[in-house]
Design a protein around this ligand. Structure first.
Ligand code: GCO
Ligand code: MN
Ligand code: MN
Length: 412
């Protein structure tokens, strides 16, 4: 094969993307509550051991590309769009006003805002630092994010307390840290209540996001379950305003089953927001595009969410790989991520309607008929043992549905 020039490379990417078999229309994509983060699209490929591979991208470029693709919602950290030194100044107001205009122009909505409490050196001892100035500044930053959220009409605000922890044990008091962390969340909720009553709008949903490791050595609230316990701990003034933003990969990272973690959040009534991506168990936060690693698990996750009526957003919190160009981010990364999600959502619907799965599930729930009915362990087991083979058949059927075998894919 002749080596293609850079210009020809784009044409090649376009042609092969098209050969993948079409895509959903932007109108169709907009029907889903899918949000695109500013930071995901603007990620330049830098990381520990890695220099950036992509040019910077502004929020207006991101918003206009999302509009073209059909991503209807946009999410952002405060410092993704406002430089740290401009926060809480007139300069911020100008930027926020411009964002509002840009969103309106492109027909997007801002669904979520979040505070960066991990990158700037001021957070070296976390946002719940023993230093009172840092804590007061953290509370002000959270309140300011809530104010930006109100200005942009966001329904959700997310907190990833990534620096709440330590590298070496004993330097901080965990209980005190949790109390201090609660104080900043309380300040954000009170600010939200005040703004909502002033503007006669609703309060936002405040969502905690856990990650089991990174960037600290040890994390104080490492899992969604730890955060549920924190919400119910009595430290929050408004626990009813605080829920969860689980991230798919963050659950896998500690070895959990994301579907079971989501189920626990659902039964607690706290599954409000969901960061979607993919990656590997017990490894670092690679933030790969949704379903590129674990499509079967993703199918099962969406079956759970569809069947239990999850209505919240699906936030594309992944990092386009360093090997993808600026062009590729909007031509390949985002459209294909959205389309894999929609395809799996549709397949989940098919699985929920599948006659074989329905009959197997109903039969399992009915249980085997015991003859004598005296309920002894052996009798119960004997009455069910043929039925329970259906567990494996259900798994087989789900894989068939994922592969399209139920629609006639042949192994020729
Ligand atoms: C990560 C985190 C972040 C958060 C974001 C919102 O993987 O680093 O998931 O992307 O979602 O900071 O608060
Ligand atoms: Mn996330
Ligand atoms: Mn992540």
């Amino acid at each position: 094969m002749r080596s293609p020039s850079v210009k020809e490379q784009r044409a090649l990417v376009d042609r092969l993307t098209a050969s993948c078999g079409g895509h959903y229309s932007p109108e169709r994509r907009r029907k889903y509550f899918i949000s695109g983060p500013q930071w995901a699209a603007a990620y330049q490929g830098q990381a520990l051991f890695h220099a950036p591979t992509r040019e910077p991208v502004s929020y207006s470029e991101v918003i206009s590309h999302y509009a073209e693709i059909g991503i209807g919602y946009w999410t952002t950290h405060d410092t993704d769009v406002v430089p740290t030194e401009d926060l809480m100044t007139e300069r911020q107001q100008k930027i926020v006003a411009d964002i509002k205009k840009t969103l309106r122009k492109h027909g997007l909505k801002c669904s979520m805002v979040t505070t960066e409490t991990f990158f700037h050196p001021v957070w070296a001892t976390s946002s719940a630092s023993e230093s009172p100035e840092v804590r007061a500044y953290a509370a002000a930053r959270l309140e300011n994010t809530v104010a930006i959220g109100h200005e942009l009409g966001a329904q959700f605000v997310v907190y990833w307390p990534g620096t709440l922890g330590y590298l070496t044990q004993g330097s901080i008091d965990e209980i005190q840290t949790l109390r201090w962390f609660a104080e900043s969340i309380n300040a954000a909720c009170l600010k939200d209540i005040a703004l909502a009553s002033e503007k006669k709008t609703s309060t936002m949903r405040h969502c905690l996001e856990a990650k089991p490791f990174e960037p600290q050595g040890e994390i104080i609230l490492p899992t969604s379950d730890a955060m549920l316990a924190f919400i119910g701990s009595g430290l929050l003034k408004h626990p009813e305003m605080v829920g969860l933003n689980p991230e798919y990969l963050h659950e896998l990272m500690w070895g959990s089953a994301p579907r079971a973690a989501l189920a626990r959040a659902l039964v607690a009534g706290k599954l409000w927001h969901f960061d979607i991506n993919d990656g590997y168990r017990l490894k670092h936060d690679v933030d790969i595009g949704v379903a590129l690693v674990n499509p079967l698990d993703w199918l099962n996750v969406l079956i759970l969410l569809r069947s239990h009526g999850y209505q919240g957003p699906f936030n594309l919190d992944f990092k386009p790989p360093r090997t993808t160009s600026n062009y590729g981010v909007f031509k390949v990364s985002f459209p294909t991520a959205v389309d894999r999600f929609i395809t799996l959502w549709e397949i989940a619907g098919e699985a929920l309607e599948d006659k074989i799965l329905k009959e197997a599930t109903e039969a399992l729930k009915a249980g085997g008929a015991t003859k004598k009915g005296n309920g002894g362990a052996k009798e119960i087991f004997d009455a069910n043992k043929e039925l329970w083979t259906l567990h494996e058949l259900v798994a087989h059927r789900l894989v068939q549905i994922l592969l399209g075998v139920h629609r006639g894919r042949k192994f020729a």
